[in-house]
Design a protein around this ligand. Structure first.
Ligand code: G4P
Length: 526
């Protein structure tokens, strides 16, 4: 049993939100409390300043968004916490989804004036697919907010996620006075920056008379009675299984309700657990080292065209310089160039354990979903899912003499998981993406790293389905104006449909083919 105490101290969470809900601000406050940064504004500054040094991040700068996702580790209350930041824009890509497959918990930030927004819904569906605990932070309580009961209801209705309020707001907008912590029986006062621990009468205690505005106090009592009577009960097992979301109210900007949230989060969140392999499970306390690559970030330094492979360690101890086997190829690799990612700098990491995320410098060795291990047995972590793309473009080099560069770039960017690649029977290269931004990044990188200008044409398809059929079946005969046959980069046949109606019509018509929504990334490519 390796590192058991240390593993239980670790928490990995992804932070998800609709743009502008306050994800960056909350992240920054969490890092401040952990002492990982000294000044508020650092995370934003990093986005604007440091990324500006790396060329292709120009896209990010121009559009004022975060293209890449990064990992930040900090310590708080004897816990070691890793935050996985996810791109927060409508044009998010597959990368965002993949990040969520490597975390143990998710924090969902919601703007109290707006409620659930479209992007939150998409990201949330990935969390619920994996049954990870989802913590909800309803933000911007320093401003006029929507009715909290209505927000809770929306959470249940729109996301289908039952929720339980751990804290509850007192007053709203200019009358906002603080939050009541139902588990700790405490009132945190907003303006006075004070905490009152209530007696056994709870919110009916005299201790609140004369402290809270009478109207607010009456409302608080009515609302908490309602929650106690008709709301969901606190149930840690359900929280653990992602079946119940604990809800917190606060304001990231003024740092109110953030530590209350953090303290509860650390008690309720999951520490690293077992991880499924194709043949069984790996336990974090297993002696052998194992991990998988969930993200490859290219061009951290454009001069060297280097890549950084992010590894989630699943068992054992990583030691810099150790030898591991890359399961996909069976080759032995020496892990000498490793790094840990902090809020504002990268540090060389010498040792790390299950529940840590490390970065390995990579010159093209790794692929998304790869397993590395020093176990004597062959080991493959369960493949990361391929998320079905919804946007398609045909792409070709403007100058046909650049064909070689073009194909090299296409292949490498596909391996990195930047975009999905398909071909049709005419050998046209077709790109598939989850978000438009993936096309922009692709175009930018081909131009800047492979010196190739490209032409892209929109294709009128929005749904992809892989096909299970034996080789003798004639798949071409089912093509029509709303359905075309292409092949993915593993040469597996895929139908592209113009929309769901076309897919439904196809399924009504063709009964002898099995269509599959998502396949695994890591099927062999050698
Ligand atoms: P995001 O990462 O989810 O996209 O959101 P971000 O933290 O960048 O916040 C978006 C805007 O909302 C920012 O304002 C930020 O200051 C504001 N904000 C975040 N949390 C709170 C909060 O608790 N209360 C209030 N009132 N505002 C909040 P901005 O004007 O777009 O940017 P900036 O000029 O403040 O940097």
């Amino acid at each position: 049993m390796q590192n058991q105490d240390q593993i239980q101290k670790r928490r990995i969470f992804g932070i998800i939100s609709h743009p502008d809900a306050g994800k960056t601000t909350l992240t920054e406050k969490l890092l401040l409390h952990g002492g990982a940064i000294r000044e508020a504004g650092t995370v934003k500054a990093r986005r604007n300043d440091k990324f500006a040094k790396s060329d292709w991040m120009e896209i990010e700068k121009k559009r004022g968004i975060s293209v890449t996702s990064s990992v930040m580790q900090f310590e708080y209350d004897d816990k070691i916490i890793s935050i996985m930041d996810t791109p927060g824009h409508n044009d998010f890509g597959e990368d965002t989804y993949r990040i969520l497959t490597s975390v143990d918990n998710a924090v969902m930030v919601i703007d109290a004036a707006k409620g659930i927004e479209t992007q939150t819904k998409k990201l949330f569906s990935v969390c619920s697919m994996r049954h990870i605990p989802v913590f909800t932070f309803i933000n911007k309580l320093d401003r006029q907010a929507r009715d909290p009961l209505e927000l809770m209801e929306e959470l249940e209705e729109v996301l289908g996620l039952p929720s339980v309020a751990i804290t509850w707001p007192i007053g709203n907008g200019i009358t906002f006075e603080g939050v009541y912590d139902r588990l700790e029986n405490q009132v945190h006062l907003y303006r006075q920056k004070k905490t009152i621990t209530l007696d056994e009468k709870g919110i009916y205690s005299d201790m609140l008379e004369g402290v809270l505005d009478p109207m607010n106090l009456t409302n608080l009592r009515n609302e908490i009675d309602l929650l106690d009577g008709a709301g969901n009960e606190f149930n840690i097992t359900k929280i653990y299984n992602g079946e119940l979301s604990p809800v917190f109210f606060g304001s990231a900007l003024v740092d109110f309700g953030v530590t209350t949230f953090l303290n509860h989060f650390l008690k309720m969140s999951k520490f690293p657990g077992t991880r499924k392999t194709t043949t069984g499970e790996v336990n974090p306390t297993d002696d052998f080292f194992s991990g998988f690559i969930f993200k490859i970030q290219a061009n951290m330094n454009p001069a060297h065209r280097d890549r950084l492979a992010f590894v989630r360690i699943c068992s054992g101890t990583f030691e810099r310089g150790m030898n591991v086997t890359l399961s996909r190829t069976g080759k032995t690799l020496k892990l000498s160039q490793s790094t840990q990612l902090m809020a504002n700098e990268r540090e060389i990491v010498d040792t790390a354990i299950a529940g840590d995320i490390i970065g390995l410098y990579d010159s093209g060795t790794y692929q998304i979903g790869d397993t590395i291990t020093n176990s004597k047995d062959k080991l493959f972590f369960e493949p990361l899912p391929t998320f079905p793309p919804e946007l398609f473009r045909r792409v070709s080099p403007v100058n046909s003499l650049k064909g070689k560069n073009f194909h090299k770039g296409v292949k490498q960017l596909a391996q990195e998981g930047t975009i999905q690649i398909y071909r049709n029977d005419f050998n046209d290269v077709i790109l598939g993406a989850v978000g438009v931004l993936q096309f922009e990044v692709f175009e930018y990188r081909l131009k800047n790293e492979y010196n190739t200008d490209i032409r892209m044409d929109n294709l009128d398809y929005t749904v992809a389905r892989w096909i299970k059929a034996n080789d003798s079946v004639d798949l071409k005969k089912h093509e029509n104006s709303r359905c075309t046959l292409v092949y993915d980069r593993f040469d597996r046949p895929v139908y592209l449909f113009s929309n769901m109606y076309a897919l439904n019509a196809f399924e009504d018509r063709v009964k002898d083919l099995e269509l599959i929504e998502a396949l695994n990334v890591t099927d062999e490519e050698n």
